[in-house]
Structure formats: C-alpha cells, structure tokens
Design a protein around this ligand. Structure first.
Ligand code: NAP
Length: 295
C-alpha cells in the first residue's frame, strides 16, 4: 500500500488566500489593516529564515509587519521594555518572539509579558489555560495546522485513537489538547514511554514531534493510519548542503500508512499560514468584531 500525500503547501496557500480576502474586509470595516510584530534576537540562521518567511507572508496577506531584529547581547529588561511598547501599540495585533532566546533571557518571563490578546503564538499561560478548559483562545500555530490537515483528511475525529509523540509546550501538549477537544482518544508519548512502537501501533492518528530524525519506523504504524510528521531535521550530505527529514522514516511509513505529510511541504507551511490566521483573528477580537468565518 502506498499512502496518500497530504499536501500542506496547497492547504497553507488556500488559508493564506482566505486570510488576504478577510484582511481587505477588515480594512473596509475598521480603516486599518492588522499588524504583526516579529522579534528576532541574534543571528541563528534557521531562526532568521523562519522570521523572514513570517514577515514576507504578513506583507503578502496585505497586513502590516513590524520587524525588530535585535543583537544577541540585548538584556532581558531591554527585551521586556520592547514587548511593553508593542503591547501598547494600537497598530500591533500580534506579537511573535522567535524562540529560542539567548541564555541571558528567561523565555518564560518574555512569554508571560506578552499581552494575551496579542499572543499569536498561543504560548502565554492564559491562552494555554483557556485551550485546556475549552474557552476561546489563540492556539499555537503548528498543532493548529496539524489539526487542520487531520480534519481535511478524516472529517470527524470523534472516538479515533490518536498518539502524539512528544510533550513540548509548543507542539505535543497543545496538539493533545486540540485532539481531545475533537473527542479523539488521546495518548501522549515521550522519552520515558515504555514500548513506544506498541503504543504507536494502536493509533489511527499518529503525530510525531520528537526532533529525532526518522525515529518512527514503518513497523510501528497500524495499516491505514494517518501520520503527521512535525519534525524538521537536517541530515548531513556529501555536498555539504544537508537534507531535510522528519521524525518519521518516510520511505518505510509511506508503504503502510493511509496518508502522510511529507517533509518538507507538509506541516511546515501550515505553521506560517496559521500565524497569519491568528493575527487576523486577534485583530478582529481586539476590534470587537466577530471571529472571521471559515478560518
Ligand atoms: P522538543 O521541545 O525538543 O520536544 C521533543 C519531545 O519529544 C519531548 O517531549 C521528548 O520527550 C520527546 N522525545 C525525544 N526523544 C524521544 C524518544 N526517543 N522517544 C519518545 N519521545 C521522545 O521539540 P519540539 O519543539 O516539540 O519540536 C519537535 C520537532 O518538531 C522538531 O523536529 C522541531 O524542529 C519540529 N518543529 C517543527 C515545526 C514546524 O513548523 N513544522 C514547528 C515546531 C517544531 P521528553 O519530554 O521526555 O524529553
């Protein structure tokens, strides 16, 4: 059996197009366009690439971007002052601080300083708690993108067995909360889980978010399962350019699964699309408007 490929690139493009249409409507109603502030500290090449893509997507959606690129020598209090300014700036609907931050800065304190209504990453404890208790919130972009792909594949997730491998605050835990909200039966696995292959083999939905290249093997997968690969790992190649692979051994799993996200071109593009969606949503809520339909 060869699995269907879940085209995250196409799904993300459709969401970004929809966001752009809603931005025009928002501007007509409010006289301004939504704004996203990105904060990049230091010069980590991967982080710089991500932030550039986010800034570009903001402009392409017709929103206004405020890019803050800071040296890695910045102190925590200087960064907190900037967050305070962005919290108070009426043109800014969303604030994204690219993680990880340099060692002298406590990222928890930074996240807690972001005004929850502008927390488009959905990492503030207020938004985390609201997601956990089933209240409207801003939801982390990557797991929300995974959920969108799963719902497009499966429709209703009620009663399906789902295994999320990884329990980070950014991916694993919010992914599990979202699946639970859809009434899936959710197991969260992690590095201390006993007999992980047997746990994964029970699942109709597998979400892999471990940061371990090609860890999930073909014989772990129940035939026909839907596999979402969140991992982004660069393996060395002879030409020195490296090769991107996920947390799933794609060539094995594609023979067993019912559908699978490729790496690249699966979950990655959805993260940026959902960031655009969250910024639009935050702008609506801050303007006292109903949430935009269909997003
Ligand atoms: P993380 O914070 O390092 O968390 C990794 C999780 O995987 C931890 O909960 C860890 O368990 C678990 N784990 C590690 N080794 C394991 C093993 N051998 N067996 C079972 N569980 C294991 O990583 P993250 O931020 O969640 O990211 C995960 C992956 O997704 C990375 O490849 C990252 O690059 C990628 N990612 C992609 C996007 C995107 O847009 N596509 C966005 C974010 C992240 P413990 O808690 O027990 O240590």
């Amino acid at each position: 059996m060869t699995a269907r490929l879940i085209d995250g690139k196409a799904a993300a493009a459709a969401i970004r197009d929809q966001v752009a249409v809603r931005v025009t409507e928002f501007e007509k109603r409010t006289g301004r366009v939504p704004g996203l502030a990105t904060v990049l500290v230091g010069e980590d090449p991967a982080s710089a690439v991500y932030v550039r893509s986010k800034n570009r997507a903001t402009t392409e959606a017709g929103m206004v971007g405020f890019a803050h690129n800071l040296p890695d020598t910045i102190s925590e209090s200087e960064l907190l002052d900037l967050i305070g300014e962005l919290n108070a700036d009426e043109r800014v609907d969303g604030i994204l601080v690219q993680l990880p931050l340099p060692a002298q800065i406590d990222s928890t304190r930074v996240i807690e300083t972001i005004e929850p209504s502008k927390d488009v990453d959905g990492f503030h404890p207020m938004n985390v708690g609201r997601l956990g208790t089933g209240l409207p919130s801003l939801v982390p972009c990557t797991p929300y993108g995974c959920l969108h792909l799963l719902k497009s594949e499966l429709g209703n997730l009620t009663g399906l067995d789902a295994v999320v491998i990884g329990r980070s605050n950014i991916v694993g835990k919010p992914m599990a909360a979202l699946l639970l909200r859809e009434s899936a039966t959710v197991t969260i696995a992690h590095s201390k889980t006993k007999d992980l292959p047997a746990v994964v083999r029970r699942a109709h939905i597998v979400v892999a978010a471990t940061g371990r290249a090609e860890m999930v093997r073909g014989d772990w997968i129940k035939p026909g399962a839907i596999v979402i690969d969140v991992g982004i790992n660069r393996l060395p190649t002879d030409d020195g350019k490296g090769r991107l692979v996920g947390d799933v051994a794609f060539s094995e799993v594609v023979e067993v699964a019912g559908a699978i996200t490729p790496v690249p071109g699966g979950v990655g593009p959805m993260t940026i699309a959902m960031l655009m969606r969250n910024t639009l949503l935050a702008a609506h809520r801050r303007a006292g408007l109903a949430d935009p339909e269909g997003l």
